[in-house]
Write a protein that binds this ligand. Sequence first.
Ligand code: RP5
Length: 190
Amino acid sequence: MTSKPTKSITKRAAKPAARSSAHSDVKPLVAILMGSASDLDVMGESAKVLEELGIAHEVVVTSAHRSPLETAQYAEAARDRGLQVLIVGAGLAAHLAGAVAAHTTLPVLGVPLESGPLRGIDALLATVQMPAGVPVGTLAIGTTGARNAALLAVQILALSDPRLARALLDRKAEMTAAVQGLVRRFPEDR
Ligand code: RP5
């Protein structure tokens, strides 16, 4: 069987103001893994959220099926490398999140991707239906799940980072402000 090597697409550093440890060679705290470069458009939404919040992260293509050994090695080394949360997106049979979770005690957040005739339902079931003992926290299919996985990762990091918790509160306040004015009453208040 041929196997594609694990391929790191990019490594991004935190914005200077966002995290105390931020500098150009800062270690990534979050990894965004995906089974194919064809997943990059959707999983890039996770990266955007992490960038917005200044979280150092890396983006890696590795496959449960095509590069199983590299996937296992990556997951086994992740904690010692300083990673704290792993976001994993895959489509079709979508074993990647489970395969990663099998080799680490870090929290694994799975994003089912829509690729193929079943439009992500296959990936959703494969990702969410992990047997007891090997959890994968599963988000929604596609870009919504990718964005929420990143936010959930930041919420996990914020458990031990008050500045990050404040940034999340600010973000919630922005969401609240964005929906104000959408209430209509009849008759109108005078
Ligand atoms: C999965 O198969 C990948 O996560 C991707 O969503 C899907 C199709 O991969 P490619 O054939 O485009 O490489 O493993």
